[in-house]
Design a protein around this ligand. Structure first.
Ligand code: TRP
Ligand code: SF4
Length: 405
């Protein structure tokens, strides 16, 4: 596994087990995870407690959905060897951190998170005036902070939660980050960067603290970022030391927005289960072909002889995801001149989607045939995650005077 140093921040992300994954998840999230797992230390988990915040009245499907989701991840190329895959409820330390963080979380912060009111509006049929639902983003903060994750790959809709996590971390560090031998430890950490860097750090720190020089602060941050041989803990000390505060026990995470092309749904809106416009990763090939063959096209193109406009056709959106330039040119040309029919136009998309799904479905079938292997991947992941979570909890308890010594 790649060691976590200042230059290699840990990555953490999770998903609620709310049904079969589809191409939107694949293009928007999973492909990104697959890449990241080879570059950085990655933790990916099933947020089953988060599913419980909305589905508390019927949780019976959650365990199976969690298993299925892990199979989808593995089928899509997330590897249990290159990343740590686990289930939230199997690492109960998340709950302890959630509780301890709740002590310092102003109610207003939770009430102000935009998803709180939005989701209550959207899921009107359910009573979400619960303590657990209000705490949703704080549980997410605990998920992130317990691994000291530096980067959290999420979609746009989750950025507010990562922002709140940053505020919680800052508040925590401010209240509890003052270790008695802080200066001495920071000095030791500084020396580990080597003479030259230590001297530069001193200069920049002085410029910032004595003259409020923001540029020096920025340069010092960059200097710390570029140190590949100091630990996360030492970097936290040096960051705190630089700004004249205490130790940074829980580092502030950054959201990592995927710039992946938004995967269109079959109707041209964003692909999402709630719009009923998805192609699931494990949809039968016949069903996939049928869904694509019957998807709407430019509504003005009634007869085969009518020219069409790809700009307003959902099929064109699929070509943008799947087709190389020559095929796209063929579509543009053929559609606008009524040279090709819509069925013809869809064929390369059908072929490309099926080709993409084929190896995933083959892997999923293999995994389904060996459920014990999947379970053992999950068990190992849970153990690895717990080791890290336990360490952080030790520090957190100590900082909050819950451990002697
Ligand atoms: N709230 C996230 C979602 O709905 C899932 C999630 C829970 C998560 N905890 C997390 C994502 C921690 C990133 C990090 O998609
Ligand atoms: Fe859409 Fe292709 Fe038909 Fe044009 S030819 S309307 S791009 S499906």
């Amino acid at each position: 596994m790649i060691p976590v140093t200042a230059a290699n921040p840990r990555v953490l992300s999770g998903m609620r087990p709310t049904g079969r994954l589809h191409l939107g998840h694949y293009h928007g999230v999973l492909k990104n995870w697959v890449e990241l797992q080879h570059e950085l230390e990655c933790f990916f988990f099933v947020a089953d407690w988060h599913a419980l915040t909305t589905d508390y009245d019927d949780p019976t499907g959650i365990p199976q959905a969690s298993f299925d989701m892990v199979v989808d991840w593995l089928a899509a190329g997330v590897s249990a060897g290159s990343s740590t895959i686990f289930i939230q409820s199997r690492v109960p330390e998340h709950a302890e951190l959630h509780l301890l963080l709740s002590m310092i979380t102003p109610l207003g912060w939770l009430e102000r998170v935009p998803t709180y009111k939005d989701q209550q509006e959207k899921l009107k049929g359910r009573d979400l005036a619960t303590y657990g639902f209000l705490g949703y983003p704080l549980l997410q903060s605990a998920d992130i902070l317990i691994y000291k994750a530096g980067q959290v790959p999420v979609g746009e809709d989750q950025v507010a939660h990562v922002e709140m996590t940053r505020e919680i971390a800052r508040r925590f560090n401010h209240i509890y980050g003052r270790e008695p031998d802080f200066e001495e430890k920071a000095e030791q950490a500084k020396r580990k960067m080597g003479k030259k860097n230590a001297k530069l750090f001193d200069q920049l720190r002085r410029s910032y603290q004595e003259q409020g020089d923001q540029e020096a602060l920025g340069r010092a941050h960059a200097l710390l970022e570029n140190q590949s041989n100091i630990t996360v803990g030492d970097r936290e000390r040096l960051l705190g030391y630089l700004e004249g505060g205490g130790r940074v026990i829980l580092p502030e995470p950054q959201p990592l927005l995927t710039r992946a092309a938004k995967m269109p749904g079959l109707d041209g809106q964003k692909m999402s289960k709630s719009y009923g416009n998805t192609i699931a990763l494990r949809d039968d090939p016949d069903l996939v072909a049928q869904k694509l063959r019957t998807m709407p096209t430019d509504p003005a193109r009634v007869r085969r002889t009518d020219p069409g406009n790809p700009d307003i056709c959902p099929v064109w959106q699929f070509h943008l995801v799947y087709s190389p330039d020559d095929v796209r040119d063929w579509v543009q040309q053929g559609c606008r001149s009524a040279g090709i029919g819509c069925i013809e136009c869809k064929q390369p998309v059908i072929d490309a989607v099926l080709a993409e799904l084929k190896p995933m479905q083959a892997r999923a079938a293999q995994l389904e045939a060996e459920p014990d292997m999947v379970r053992s991947f999950i068990n190992e992941g849970c153990e690895r995650a717990r080791d890290v979570a336990r360490e952080t909890m030790d520090e957190v308890r100590r900082a909050m005077s819950l451990l002697q010594g």
